[in-house]
Design a protein around this ligand. Structure first.
Ligand code: NDP
Length: 248
């Protein structure tokens, strides 16, 4: 039977690459996005052209009612959810603590942390055996910045990813007996538009020689890790993290 996956922030970058890979592997894919409808529709069209199933789902993951409506729409059109990839995240320009405002901190935390919590909640409600669900798998996309690197350059972002890791560990323990696995991926410097939207176009090329592998990563390389963690090949893996950061 076709498995159903919801990927947040799948209109571009790592989310897009994951949507295309999982569709190739036979998943029906919910392609969530915030504002770039054309990009999300392009991902959906590409999947449909290749004989797959997909739908675009506009929702701000930081808004509770929008998350609830998104899960309902996914289920209604594609069927019960089997997998969730919490991927949508934001990064603002590097700055020191003295320049950080409450508004900026709250914006980062509401997307990168509250959004992940809300999507996990809606997924667990549907996947848990105690609710008649079939179990499932969740992958939370974190960052190497949660662990090391130069988190002081964007300490709000790094702190939000630290919270994501704590969520991953705690939720994995909470729902392991409900047939749900929860794991994390910590990418390093990946060629996507995130660095440009964080005011740093070209960042990956500027820092790549500092990395042990001497290169940035491609979104497809992160998608492969996510796909493995969701797959039955990882059936005994929960509460784990995979570093996908070129050795950093
Ligand atoms: P991109 O900036 O390329 O894409 C971000 C995606 O998230 C877009 O699809 C965007 O939608 C969506 N999005 C943003 N805010 C929201 C929201 N509030 N609700 C719903 N969707 C939203 O990001 P990346 O692919 O680079 O990053 C993906 C994940 O990987 C993030 O969690 C990031 O922190 C993490 N990561 C990335 C690294 C990198 O070097 N690129 C390194 C380490 C971790 P729209 O197009 O509509 O705006």
């Amino acid at each position: 039977m076709t498995k159903v996956v919801l990927i947040t922030g799948a209109s571009r970058g790592i989310g897009r690459a994951t949507a295309l890979l999982l569709a190739q592997q036979g998943y029906a894919v919910g392609v969530n996005y915030l504002q770039d409808q054309a990009a999300a529709e392009q991902v959906v069209s590409q999947i449909l052209e290749q004989g797959g199933k997909a739908m675009a789902l506009q929702a701000n993951i930081a808004e509770e009612d929008e998350v609830v409506a998104m899960f309902a729409a996914l289920e209604q059109t594609l069927g019960p959810i089997d997998a969730l990839v919490n991927n949508a995240g934001i990064l603002f320009q590097q700055t020191g603590i003295e320049q950080l405002s409450a508004e900026r901190i709250n914006k980062v935390l509401s997307t990168n942390v509250t959004g992940y919590f809300l999507c996990c909640r809606e997924a667990v409600k549907r996947m848990a055996w105690r609710h008649g669900g079939q179990g499932g798998a969740i992958v939370n996309v974190s960052s190497a910045a949660a662990r090391l690197g130069a988190p002081w350059e964007y300490i709000d972002y790094a702190a939000s990813k630290g919270a994501v890791d704590t969520l991953t560990t705690g939720l994995a323990l909470e729902v392991a007996a409900q047939g749900i696995r929860v794991n994390g991926v910590r990418p390093g410097c990946i060629y996507t538009e995130m660095h440009a939207s964080g005011g740093e176009p070209g960042r990956v090329d500027r820092v790549k020689t500092l990395l042990p592998m001497q290169r940035g990563g491609q979104p497809e390389e992160i998608a492969e890790v996510i796909a493995w963690l969701l797959s039955d090949a990882a059936s005994y893996v929960t509460g784990s993290f995979i570093e996908a950061a070129g050795g950093r």
